[in-house]
Design a protein around this ligand. Structure first.
Ligand SMILES: Cc1cc2nc3c(=O)[nH]c(=O)nc-3n(C[C@H](O)[C@H](O)[C@H](O)COP(=O)(O)OP(=O)(O)OC[C@H]3O[C@@H](n4cnc5c(N)ncnc54)[C@H](O)[C@@H]3O)c2cc1C
Ligand SMILES: NC(=O)c1ccc[n+]([C@@H]2O[C@H](COP(=O)([O-])OP(=O)(O)OC[C@H]3O[C@@H](n4cnc5c(N)ncnc54)[C@H](O)[C@@H]3O)[C@@H](O)[C@H]2O)c1
Length: 454
């Protein structure tokens, strides 16, 4: 039996950052992975998604000049573009394997099953480890309806060989709004079937409303309060029906009804590890058994957004703990971005929380797309809603517009570091740029009051 200082189950961001840090600190390390090295983000998530989104973003930005004498006539040869995606993304696991090899990190291909506090079985092999980190991530939920075999999840969508003329999405969450925006920009029609009354819960409701209005103006059809019942094959594609009798003719169906943690067949019961519907329960040191077994990333039952930067933060935190640090985990402000067209972003206290607690919070909307139209490339509906506490500190923000992903990073810095108007005023920022106008507008709003800061 091989003995390691640390064994990692899963090779996504939740684990590999810690594996590298611990190996570099002199620990013996093994990564057990049953699929491709790098996990969801690298192979089936963020990276493939943002690569495929590139031309759709450019087309959307060009369309902002439709009333200014500029016509976008881009064509995307989808099969050729998909071949480019494969060329870039499919090379990543091998690059990771080489990097691990050079560092001296062992990789075992297979499913890891806990056999106790220190033992993991992988196939016929059993390894022993002083510390174990479970970073097994999440998988797509799949609806158990008639014709479920004709539906596709996000992995399959990101490998689409041909661009369908019509796509039906079940669920109006993050994945649907991102993928629907992408294929619409390239010319496909979309229908979205959501059983609730809201899309993209967690993002600013007004911004989600603006996004839906924009997507409808671009041709999308949304059906709320509709539950998918069956998918049937027709002569020229599929027919999706709902319990109320709605029927949609389509070429491709995406089941994007949420994600669930990978906690089954892991032998968690052999190490006294508890789970709930959101994942593995951990203490404030991310320990799953109160001692030597940690959980990291998407598989944790947590309130924080299940995102790559959160997984990376937890991975680095666990490496620190194994190397002797003792402080409980203290998350910084965490931004979330919905890469629809246009983008939505969110950090800190939400506008919904602020509206429900006017004694503690006040908000200010900055319609920066109108104020600085030429700097923001005619993205005239773009806006920020800033959330301040009674000390006039920025404690949250919601952004709508194409530049939201980068703007939210700057607002995250201001929120996390409690920067005041005076702090911002003494900066010299590049001009004309996407963030400078917003920061200028924030300066008078973030002047400290006598109230004690939070
Ligand atoms: C379509 C899509 C788009 C996304 N876009 C973004 C984005 O734009 N920005 C963002 O921040 N986040 C995004 N995410 C979320 C992001 O991918 C995850 O938060 C991130 O991958 C979590 O990392 P992880 O290491 O916890 O899990 P994962 O990356 O899922 O890694 C878990 C690994 O564990 C392996 N595994 C599971 N069970 C076992 C076992 N028993 N034995 C061995 N190995 C096992 C799996 O095969 C997998 O490789 C997206 C997700 C999806 C699906
Ligand atoms: N930009 C990003 O950061 C990003 C992008 C993609 C994915 N992700 C990850 O993936 C997760 C989102 O995945 P998602 O979009 O599948 O889930 P989600 O939870 O955001 O949305 C699922 C939607 O499906 C609906 N739904 C559930 N069952 C249904 C049914 N039977 N019929 C109709 N609608 C139904 C839900 O009401 C919900 O609106 C995120 O939490 C994150 O972890 C992140």
């Amino acid at each position: 039996m091989i003995q390691y200082d640390v064994a990692f189950i899963g090779s996504g961001h939740a684990n590999w950052h810690a594996a590298v840090a611990l190996k570099q600190a002199g620990k013996s390390v093994v990564i057990i992975e049953k699929d491709l090295l790098g996990g969801t983000c690298t192979n089936y998530g963020c990276d493939a998604k943002i690569l495929l989104d590139g031309p759709a973003e450019l087309i959307t930005r060009m369309n902002h000049y439709a009333n200014a004498g500029v016509t976008a006539t881009t064509t995307v040869d989808w099969p050729a573009f998909m071949a480019y995606k494969h060329q870039v993304i499919d090379a990543l696991p091998n690059q990771m394997a080489q990097a691990f090899d050079q560092l001296g990190i062992d990789v075992i291909q297979g499913s890891g099953i806990l056999m106790g506090d220190h033992l993991i079985q992988v196939g016929k092999q059993v390894i022993s480890a002083t510390n174990i980190v479970i970073g097994t991530g999440q998988r797509s939920k799949r609806l158990a309806i008639v014709g479920k075999e004709f539906m596709h999840d996000s992995r399959e969508f990101l490998n689409l060989p041909e661009l369908p003329s019509h796509v039906t999405f079940i669920g109006a969450g993050i994945i649907t709004l991102e993928f629907a925006s992408l294929v619409m920009a390239l010319g496909s029609q979309v229908t979205i079937i959501e059983h609730g009354d809201q899309a993209a819960r967690g993002f600013d409701a007004q911004h989600v409303g603006k996004l839906i209005t924009q997507m409808e103006a671009n041709g999308a059809t949304f059906h709320f309060g509709e539950t998918a019942l069956a998918v049937d094959v027709t002569t020229d594609g599929y027919q999706v029906t709902t319990t109320s009798g709605l029927s949609v003719a389509t070429q491709y169906v995406v089941d994007a009804t949420g994600r669930e943690p990978n906690v089954t067949n892991l032998g968690l019961e052999n190490a006294g590890i508890h789970t709930n519907q959101f994942g593995i329960e951990v203490d404030d040191h991310l320990r799953a058994n109160g001692a030597n077994i940690y959980a990291s990333g998407d598989v944790i039952a947590k309130l924080q957004p299940k995102l790559t930067p959160t997984a990376t933060f937890e991975s680095n935190y666990i490496a620190g703990q194994i190397l002797g640090a003792t402080a409980p985990i203290d998350y910084p402000a965490i931004p979330s971005v919905l890469f629809a067209l246009p983008r939505l972003a969110q950090v800190g206290v939400t506008t919904a929380t602020a509206a429900a607690d006017p004694q503690r919070y006040h908000t200010q909307t900055i319609p920066f797309g109108q104020l600085f139209a030429f700097e923001y490339q005619n993205d005239t509906t773009a806006e920020v809603t800033a959330v301040m506490n009674t000390a006039n500190q920025l404690v949250g923000a919601a952004v709508y517009g194409m530049d939201a992903p980068d703007i939210i990073n700057v607002l995250t810095l201001i929120t996390d570091q409690h920067l005041t108007g005076s702090d911002l005023q003494r900066l010299i920022l590049a001009f004309p740029t996407a963030t400078q106008g917003i920061i200028d507008t924030l300066v008078p709003l973030l002047q400290p009051t006598a109230t004690t800061a939070e």
